[in-house]
Every structure is written in structure tokens, then in C-alpha cells.
Design a protein around this ligand. Structure first.
Ligand code: SF4
Ligand code: SF4
Length: 217
């Protein structure tokens, strides 16, 4: 898992909208909807914790988690969203810097999307990054709060977690109330997760170059 590198509001940001891209890429609407529900769940969980006197430790510029966490689950739909965002939306200077990091991702000691202690793909960062929030004390260098102080790590609210999963399941071929319920019960979606830090990014770098060539022509 990993965390965010920007301040997480107690009110969820609105759903991202890219009307032209969503008309061309129907899967994008599914992803954006699911990410929005995830953000709503995170905002509500933070609100409940802060009402109990806890203080969110995650702040802009705090990015130890983006180095420490080497096993960040990422789902196929999320990877499609990241690839789309990086290839088609990201502008320089972030675009060039992320391209360079993707080229050398295996040698990096951090997530390839971490630039200047912030997430370079913040709008499309995976659910795992959205969900990992720590209370009271910022993570120390090298600390994974999940292991050192689990009680300070935000616990996702099941209602929102299931709703986000339910939105995505049809994309993975799970349709119909009964099948969706069974998939939720069995946590079937987790079998689809890969590891962000173990991804190979050559194809994405190539796609960025095709997109650059298209823009120049
Ligand atoms: S407090 Fe921990 S989880 Fe939160 S942004 Fe900082 S390093 Fe990441
Ligand atoms: S995608 Fe990478 S840089 Fe962005 S929050 Fe997740 S771990 Fe950090």
C-alpha cells in the first residue's frame, strides 16, 4: 500500500470529469466513478476519526510512504487509467520527469510517479494510495505504519469499499446482483491486483512517445 502526497480533505473532492475522453473510453467513467466513491469513503472515515479527536498526519510534501511501500496493489482498470492520464493528460515538466522515472523504475527507491515529494498522478492515483492515511504522527523515514502502529492507519469503511468495487466489477465481467454479491463476499477482485512497484513501464513510455509524435504532427 501507499499513501497520498497531498492534503486529504475531510470533504471528498468532486468526481473528476473528462467528457470527451469518457465518451471515447467508456471504462474511464467506471474508474472515475469508483475513485470518487473511494474518496467519499476516505473523507467520511477521516471525518469520523477527527470527530474523536484524532488529527490526520498526512500532509502535502509528506511522501515517506511512497518510498517505504513496495507492495502497492493496483488493478487492471486503475492501470488503464494511469496509462491514459500519463500518456494523454500529463504536461511538461511533470511529463518529462515521469517519463525518465518510468525508464529507470526498477532502479528507483520510490514509486516512479513520485516527483518533488508529491504524487505526479494524483488525480488518478490508485485506490490503495487514496485509502492509506495515517493519524496523529507522520510516518518516519522507512516506517510502514501498517506494521508499526496499525491503530493509527485509517480503516476503510466497508460500505464505500464495497460500493466502489461494485461499480468496477462489471468491467471485469461480473454482472448481475447475485454474481456481484458473491464476488464481494469472496473478495474476488483482489485476485486481479498486481503490484504497482513491480510493473514494467516500457509500453507506457512508448505510448507517451506516440502521443508526443501525434501532438507534433
Ligand atoms: S503521514 Fe505517512 S501515510 Fe501520510 S502522507 Fe506522510 S508518509 Fe504518507
Ligand atoms: S501513485 Fe506513487 S507517488 Fe502517487 S501516491 Fe501512490 S505511491 Fe505515492
Amino acid at each position: 500500500m501507499a499513501a497520498m502526497t497531498q492534503t486529504q480533505p475531510e470533504t471528498a473532492p468532486g468526481r473528476l470529469r473528462f467528457p470527451e475522453d469518457e465518451a471515447r473510453l467508456p471504462w474511464l467513467s467506471i474508474l472515475l466513478e469508483a475513485l470518487h466513491v473511494t474518496d467519499q469513503g476516505v473523507a467520511e472515515a477521516i471525518r469520523r476519526e477527527t470527530a474523536q479527536g484524532r488529527r490526520l498526519a498526512c500532509r502535502k510534501g509528506c511522501a515517506n510512504c511512497c518510498r517505504t511501500h513496495v507492495d502497492i496493489p493496483v488493478y487492471p482498470l486503475e492501470l488503464m487509467g494511469i496509462a491514459w492520464y500519463v500518456a494523454e493528460k500529463l504536461q511538461d515538466p511533470d511529463r518529462e520527469r515521469i517519463r525518465e522515472r518510468l525508464r529507470t523504475a526498477e532502479a528507483l527507491d520510490a514509486c516512479p510517479f513520485l516527483i518533488d515529494e508529491r504524487c505526479g498522478i494524483h488525480p488518478l492515483r490508485p485506490q490503495a494510495c487514496r485509502l492509506f492515511n495515517v493519524f496523529d504522527t507522520p510516518c518516519a523515514v522507512g516506517e510502514d505504519a501498517w506494521h508499526t502502529r496499525r491503530r493509527d492507519v485509517l480503516t476503510p469503511l466497508p460500505r464505500y469499499r464495497d460500493q466502489a468495487t461494485e461499480i468496477m466489477l462489471p468491467f471485469y465481467g461480473v454482472r448481475g446482483r447475485k454474481a456481484v454479491r458473491q464476488a464481494l463476499r469472496e473478495g474476488a477482485i483482489h485476485r486481479l491486483a498486481g503490484s504497482l512497484r513491480e510493473c514494467r513501464w516500457e509500453a507506457l513510455v512508448e505510448r507517451m512517445e506516440h502521443e508526443d509524435a501525434r501532438r507534433r504532427s
